[in-house]
Design a protein around this ligand. Structure first.
Ligand code: BDP
Length: 722
């Protein structure tokens, strides 16, 4: 009798325990939209009271998305089925809509407040009406309602109070766009999370659930556009066969407020139009683009426009016909303008045959064109002047083209920061550029204010992030790669958010609200990008990666067809010292910055050590701020990078049993890879630079395990993203 009673109790306990576990493996697919039952009883009570009956007034595809998300999100988070109704409740509760779709919201007297938030903003308020207490998501457009809905869900997921809500939010930047460098054969130019998520072969007939989950995730962070194809473009995507596929994606994304854009290969009139030229001033070429654009809009009436990489790294462009970048961009802009489309013309140009420092070439090319672009052209500028290195000073074009809307291009995919296996939280890197002061109009002229259009009063503004998304189950290969996608969206919405705040949100939604997890994970994330800088390219070194794969170290790369694709071009190590002199005595790239910036970076004594070797060739024995010689300091920084990875490993190990097994194990193994790679970078770089410095690695530091010859022989085969 007793035994069976005990057995029964035991069985009950097992059932109870199992019911607490997620019913599915934690494979990362749900990203930051996990919506599991909240564990805080007091908050649950408050949430149930504040949300009461949930009412979404109005019908449309976007409002259906809103309803579905609220039903799914709230049912999961609150632990009981929530059904959304469209009848205003007399008892208070959550009311969602615009003054047009919701009579109740129209009645609330929010006109002035709504006026101030623009087309994409939202209000999230606790509001009394006729004696009832409402939680209100109000906006001018359904898109605003959608963003407000995701904000409310985020408040629940991060366990914020819903009492006395008074949130006003609108995006600082208008175009918040992912750039997919995806090819039509599903390879990804620099993708490390499997193949492209666009299954072109099965489109337009098969709409993978993944496309909708992609759109949900993007909408939840305010992303409102996606460039589907690689900047190294294929004109095939502009043929009817592919336009039908693009249309299917555009239709799927539309309810989520996401517009579709394509990359336009400049030579398309020749390749698919059978013309003899792609000269932008040739009438037949212009007519071809006009009819092509008209055709695109018959498929996709709200098509966003084109991203163009022209006369860069072998891509065709207007200069093939002795025309300028403005001639090329304006030709496309002219035919897109009547349709509401835009051109995002990339400034990533440099020419091996131009003997000038690559750092200077985009500025030299584009600055004189300021004021000559049509109103619907944005010039898309990478954050730094070289190429997405772990650390770059801000691009000199920011602040140099006040008459042109400049769009920021960040790389979310970690081409130069350990790709799919290194943990590097990139918000601090994005922020570093956005917060950088260009002094274009005096102190406080940050790159962020240039990009959001506020400094120069531009009606259009944009931020693009080169996507790290692939068809891996968890989207980004590294579970922490998701944080970079998330951070990009959040910063595109508001570049003044802090890296720490964004990390905290993401951790709470993706892992847990438990302080015992939030604090250590945040600590790992916040130091991670600096760790990568230190073990790869400390003190302003750059472009030291291996040939073509860009994964491991290759500071010895030289004698290639293009000098500006070699490492020796950038580090310039010799017996005397190391670094690229970009002052007056060198390439004088510094002259492209405002006088205040020149003064700071031009003097080795005031130049932050983080970018010292970017601007100066410094003697091996020069004293650094720590009191060490430059050589010793470099050794310390490289070693410090490895130590930081080891510290991350320790922190992660301490989370065993707290984080679900799948993600715990994956991150643990990836950290092992990162530690091994960090040593590889440190040892290969120090041994190589030592051939110039001829100085010993300080006694107290760990010594390289291999020889330089061994490191130089390592050649990763078939690395992804080549
Ligand atoms: C470089 C990448 C190359 C891209 C290029 C670009 O290695 O694959 O095509 O940027 O931005 O960093 O166009």
């Amino acid at each position: 009798m007793n035994l069976s009673k005990n057995l029964f109790r035991f069985a009950l306990l097992v059932v109870l325990f199992l019911s607490q576990l997620p019913s599915h493996a934690e494979d990362g697919y749900r990203l930051w939209q996990r919506y599991d039952l909240l564990q805080n009883k007091d908050l649950l009570k408050q949430y149930r009271k504040s949300l009461g009956e949930v009412v979404v007034q109005g019908t449309s595809p976007t409002l259906t998305v809103v309803k579905d998300e609220l039903e799914m999100g709230l049912s999961g988070l609150l632990g009981s089925k929530v059904t959304v109704s469209d009848q205003a409740s007399k008892k208070g509760g959550l009311v969602v809509g615009t003054p047009t779709t919701s009579p109740l919201i129209k009645d609330l007297g929010l006109d002035q407040r709504l006026k101030d938030i623009g087309q994409e903003g939202f209000l999230l308020l606790s509001q009394k009406h006729k004696g009832n207490a409402y939680t209100v998501i109000a906006a001018n457009s359904e898109k605003g309602v959608l963003y407000g809905t995701f904000h409310l869900l985020r408040l629940l997921q991060t366990q914020q109070s819903l009492e006395a809500l008074n949130v006003t939010s609108s995006p600082k930047t208008k175009l918040r766009i992912l750039n997919h460098w995806d090819n039509l054969d599903r390879t990804v130019e620099r993708g490390y999370a499997g193949f492209s998520i666009w299954d072109w072969h099965k489109l337009p007939d098969y709409i993978d659930q993944r496309y909708l989950d992609y759109a949900r995730a993007n909408a939840s962070i305010g992303i409102n556009g996606t460039v589907l194809t690689n900047v190294n473009a294929n004109s095939l995507v502009l043929t009817p066969e592919y336009l039908a596929k693009v249309k299917a994606l555009a239709d799927a994304f539309r309810p989520y407020g996401i517009k579709v854009y394509l990359t336009a290969r400049f030579s398309s009139p020749i390749e698919i139009g059978k013309l003899k030229t792609a000269d932008p001033l040739d009438p037949a070429v212009r007519a071809w683009w006009k009819s092509k654009v008209d055709e695109i809009y018959t498929y996709i009436p709200d098509f966003g426009g084109f991203t163009v990489k022209a006369n860069s790294e072998g891509q065709p462009g207007p200069q093939n016909y002795k025309r300028s970048h403005a001639d090329g961009a304006n030709m496309l802009a002219e035919v897109l303008a009547p349709k509401g489309g835009i051109v995002m013309w990339r400034a990533f140009v440099y020419d091996n045959n131009v003997p000038d420092d690559r750092h200077k070439q985009a500025y030299t090319e584009f600055k004189p064109l300021d004021g000559t672009f049509q109103g619907n052209v944005l010039v898309q500028v990478k954050n730094g002047a070289i190429d997405f290195q772990p650390r770059e000073p801000f691009h000199p074009l920011f602040g140099a083209m006040p008459k042109t809307p400049l769009m920021m291009e960040f790389q979310i995919t970690q081409e130069y920061l350990g790709q799919g296996t290194h943990l590097a939280y990139l918000a601090p890197m994005f922020k570093e550029t956005l917060a950088a002061d260009t002094y274009a109009k005096g102190k406080g002229s940050t790159a962020g204010k240039i990009v959001d259009g506020s400094l120069d009063n531009h009606p259009i503004s944009g931020m693009a992030g080169v996507s790290n998304i692939g068809n891996d189950r968890n989207w980004t290969s590294h579970p922490f790669g998701q944080a970079n996608w998330y951070a990009f969206g959040r910063l595109a919405w508001d570049h003044e958010l802090t890296s720490e705040g964004i990390a905290e949100e993401w951790i709470k939604m993706t892992f847990s609200n438990a302080p015992s997890q939030v604090a250590p994970i945040k600590q790992m994330m916040m130091g991670s990008r600096e760790a990568v800088v230190n073990y790869m390219t400390p003190m302003g070194l750059h472009h030291l990666m291996g040939w073509s794969h860009h994964y491991g170290p290759g500071p010895w790369i030289k004698d290639k067809p293009r000098a500006d694709w070699t490492s020796v071009y950038y580090h310039r190590a010799d017996e005397k010292g190391i670094g690229f002199d970009r002052t007056k005595t060198g390439s004088n790239a510094l002259s492209q910055y405002a006088p205040e910036v020149q003064a700071m970076w031009g003097n080795p004594a005031t130049c932050p050590e983080e970018v010292l070797l970017w601007f100066h060739h410094v003697a091996w024995d020069a004293k650094t701020k720590s009191g060490r010689t430059l050589w010793d300091e470099l050794c310390y920084r490289y070693s410090g990078g490895v130590d930081s990875v080891r510290a991350m490993q320790k922190t992660w190990n301490s989370l065993a049993g707290q984080v679900d097994k799948e993600r715990y194990e994956q991150v643990k193994q990836y950290l092992d890879i990162q530690e091994k790679d960090a040593r590889w970078w440190r040892d290969a770089c120090l041994l190589y630079f030592q051939t110039f410095s001829k100085r010993p690695i300080p006694q107290e530091l760990e010594k390289p395990q291999g020889t330089l010859e061994e490191y130089m022989k390592i050649e990763p085969k078939f690395a992804p993203g080549i």
